[in-house]
Every structure is written in structure tokens, then in C-alpha cells.
Design a protein around this ligand. Structure first.
Ligand SMILES: Cc1cc2nc3c(=O)[nH]c(=O)nc-3n(C[C@H](O)[C@H](O)[C@H](O)COP(=O)(O)OP(=O)(O)OC[C@H]3O[C@@H](n4cnc5c(N)ncnc54)[C@H](O)[C@@H]3O)c2cc1C
Length: 402
């Protein structure tokens, strides 16, 4: 199968990232591997160990120094204004190498999203600048115990108090909640609008809950509590709005990111399965010569190839629309379709790779079961698969709002 890169913009990003990954990023990871032999990756409280966090920060910074941490962000804020379509190929190139730590050179859930484009001047100075330089990380805190898919039913509230907001509420299952230096908190204002409030970690009334360990066992998810946290009026991303506009920028960016991530990881899994099927022998023959093994691999490649082509087309359409300010039903459905297809593609590829590797596929040391667990996870955060199908059905006029 041919995995061509269709545009000059995407090719340039891919050509630029290769030497960074193979040079400074690989050297930093290798040095960490040598220094951290036999050290556990989690602290006794279940959080990601300090030595791994140190590696993660170092790799973030290598990405930021090279201008490849958040190229989707506008030039005025320190990005490159790269198209989503080109970013897909950058992400694919990074994730083709699996989860070796190199993926941290990309700004992800804990980095800059398109919400930064509507930051106030103060927020640009105190939040966006340090975030773009990877001096700090963030978290996107929307989900609550009683408000997940139905996010607009949230009970976290921001009340006006003189020149400040007073923020009160509780969020859970938030990525990077244990570590984020400044949090992006979605709350309802006392006049019924929705806004994104910036909460520095030293704000009185703010506290973090214990680690909520997920299927990924990575010590990076937790809960957050805000008790009358005083937030200056201009520490916001955008203005409070009746519609759920600014948070949807983050959610839709998450969906778009699935394309390159899932296709890259799927190709990583399948390339490894293919190599293994040629070298591993059973009954005196390479296992790849058994039709059942060959067809599993070839079917998963077919799907990966098709998913990659479809995501490319959809991202091209999204780039040509106005995806952040007021995405129409068609654009929202495009984002939803990308999320669904990309996750299903990775789920199949990871499952096939584990199966082809047999017992070795389930060993932690092989690294494939990790990808399988991540693949299973992806179908819930950023909006469940059911919510994506609902979005597509709605764009066809099939479901009523609500
Ligand atoms: C590892 C991980 C990281 C996460 N990170 C973040 C984060 O950084 N920030 C953040 O804000 N949140 C985060 N989340 C939370 C995540 O976004 C929510 O779990 C998700 O949106 C679903 O909400 P819920 O868990 O409340 O499930 P519910 O909304 O209660 O849904 C339960 C089930 O009902 C289905 N369902 C609900 N409504 C409908 C409907 N109308 N039609 C059909 N089916 C429906 C759902 O699809 C699901 O299968 C994370 C979750 C995980 C697991």
C-alpha cells in the first residue's frame, strides 16, 4: 500500500520532524533510559513518576524550540498557522514510532488548543506564551460526575464578584489534572452562559483529588475542586457565551488529532505484525503464510489506508470551512466522522497485532498491549463513539436536538 503525503505543506513538516525525532529527541529518551533503569514509572500514590515527568517536559521543550510543538496555532501567538490536514501527517510521522516518549514533542491534551486564539491580552501574556514555550502544561476541565456527554448540564458555576469571578465546582476524569500549572475550566456563569476560566494552581480554594487510574495505568488523570476560587475577569479564553462555543474548539481539535495519531499507531502495529509474521515460524512455516494470519493483517492495512485517505479529505474540507468560530452541522459531522473512523481503525490494527504476536503480544515488554489499551480508551474521552454517531445523524436531519 502507498502511504503518500499529498501536499507540500505536509511534506515539509514531515521532513522537518524526522531529524528532530532521530536526533535530539531520541538522544534525550536514550539518556533517560540509561539513567532510570529499574525505577518505577509511577509514584506510590499512583501518579506519574517524577523522572518520567522530567523526560516528558524535556521532550515537550524540544518540540517547542523546533516550532513543532503546536504548529496549528496562529503565527501571532507563536505557532505556524499550519492546516489541520498538514498536522495530520506530522502527527502520523511521530506516532509511527509508537509510544516511545517521542510523542511528547507534540502539544496534546496538556498543550495549546485552538481555544488560545480567543485568549484575552492578559491570558496571552500569562498563559498562552508560557504554554507555547512548553514552560507550563494545562488541562481541559469540563467533565463532572453528573455531566459527561451531557456537558451543558454541568453544575460548576462562575459568579461575578466585583472585578473577579468566583468559581465553584468539581471536575473528574481530567487528563493532566495532577500536574497542570494553569487549568482551563469550563463553567456556567450566573446568567446562564458558558465560559473557559484560567485557574493557576496556586489559586486559593483550588485543590486536586487523588489519581483516578485509568485503563492506561499512566498516573495522569484525576479530579479537581474549586471552592470560591477568585479569578480576574480577564483570565479567560474568549467571553462567556450562550452557546457552547469556546469549549467546542478544544473538543473538535481533539477529534481532529485522532486522525494522525490513530493512523500512525495503526501503521506502527501493522508494520510490526507484518515483520513478525515473516520471521515467526509454526508448523515449519512462517505464520504469515497461513491464510488466517495473512488476511487479518491485510484487512487491517486496507482499513488503515482507507481511513487515512478519508481523514485527509475530511480535514481538507474542515480547513476550507471556518472550523472554530461557528462550525456548521456538516463540519461538526466531519470532525465526528474522523474521530469514529480513526479510533475504529486503530482498535482493529492493535487487536490484530496483539493476536499475531500470540503470547508475546500480551507481554508488557512488547509494547503492543499498551497501544491496545490506549485504543480502547480513545473511544470515550473527547466525546464517546455514540455521541459522534449522534452528531453525524443530526447533520443528516435524523435526530432531534437534546
Ligand atoms: C482517560 C480519560 C481521560 C479523560 N480526559 C478528560 C479531560 O481531559 N477533560 C474532560 O473534561 N473530560 C475528560 N474525560 C472524560 C470524558 O470526556 C467523559 O468520560 C466522556 O465524555 C463521557 O462522559 P461520562 O463518562 O459521564 O459518560 P456518560 O455521559 O454518562 O455516558 C455513559 C454512556 O451513555 C452513552 N450516552 C450518553 N448520552 C447518550 C446519547 N444521547 N445517545 C447515545 N448514547 C448516549 C455514552 O455514549 C456512554 O456509552 C476523560 C475520560 C477518560 C476515560
Amino acid at each position: 500500500m502507498k502511504f503518500n503525503i499529498p501536499t507540500a505543506e505536509a511534506k515539509a513538516l514531515v521532513e522537518e520532524v524526522g531529524p528532530l525525532l532521530d536526533g535530539p529527541v531520541a538522544a534525550t529518551i536514550e539518556e533517560h533510559r540509561r539513567d532510570s533503569k529499574n525505577k518505577p514509572s509511577l509514584e506510590p500514590d499512583g501518579s506519574l513518576a517524577e523522572h518520567v515527568r522530567h523526560l516528558k517536559r524535556s521532550v515537550h521543550r524540544l518540540g517547542a524550540e523546533a516550532g513543532l510543538y503546536a504548529p496549528h496555532v496562529s503565527r501571532t501567538l507563536g505557532g505556524r498557522g499550519s492546516s489541520l490536514r498538514a498536522c495530520m501527517y506530522l502527527h502520523e510521522e511521530v506516532f509511527l514510532r509508537g509510544f516511545g516518549g517521542q510523542q511528547w514533542m507534540l502539544g496534546w491534551t496538556d498543550g495549546p488548543s485552538p481555544m488560545v486564539e480567543v485568549a484575552t491580552e492578559r491570558a496571552i501574556r500569562e498563559f498562552v506564551g508560557p504554554l507555547m514555550r512548553a514552560e507550563i502544561t494545562t488541562a481541559f476541565a469540563q467533565t463532572e460526575p453528573e455531566a459527561g456527554s451531557d456537558a451543558t448540564s454541568m453544575s460548576t458555576v462562575a459568579r461575578r464578584s466585583g472585578a473577579d469571578w468566583l468559581l465553584t465546582g468539581h471536575k473528574h476524569i481530567i487528563t493532566n489534572a495532577p500536574f497542570a500549572e494553569i487549568l482551563q475550566v469550563v463553567a456556567r456563569t450566573d446568567d446562564g452562559k458558558f465560559g473557559v476560566f484560567l485557574v493557576p494552581e496556586d489559586t486559593p480554594g483550588f485543590s486536586r483529588g487523588p489519581i483516578q487510574q485509568t485503563i492506561m495505568d499512566d498516573g495522569q488523570t484525576g479530579s479537581l475542586t474549586f471552592e470560591d476560587c477568585r479569578i480576574p475577569l480577564d483570565m479567560m479564553l474568549g467571553e462567556p457565551e450562550e452557546k457552547f462555543g469556546v469549549p467546542m474548539r478544544w473538543v473538535n481539535w481533539t477529534k481532529a488529532r485522532r486522525a494522525g495519531m490513530c493512523v500512525g499507531l495503526a501503521r506502527h502495529c501493522l508494520d510490526r505484525a507484518l515483520d513478525y509474521s515473516r520471521e515467526r515460524e509454526a508448523f515449519g512455516r512462517p505464520i504469515g503464510s497461513f491464510e488466517q494470519v495473512a488476511l487479518q493483517i491485510s484487512e487491517a492495512y486496507r482499513r488503515t489506508w482507507a481511513t487515512r485517505a478519508a481523514c485527509d479529505r475530511l480535514l481538507e474540507e474542515i480547513d476550507a470551512a471556518d472550523p472554530w468560530e461557528k462550525p456548521n452541522a456538516g463540519t461538526r459531522a466531519d470532525f465526528a466522522a474522523i474521530k469514529l473512523m480513526a479510533e475504529e481503525c486503530l482498535m482493529e490494527a492493535a487487536d490484530v497485532a496483539v493476536q499475531v504476536f500470540g503470547g508475546l503480544g500480551l507481554l508488557k515488554s512488547t509494547g503492543l498491549e499498551h497501544i491496545y489499551r490506549v485504543a480502547r480508551n480513545l473511544r470515550i474521552p473527547g466525546g464517546t463513539s455514540e455521541m459522534q454517531r449522534r452528531e453525524i445523524a443530526r447533520s443528516l436531519g435524523l435526530l432531534r436536538a437534546g
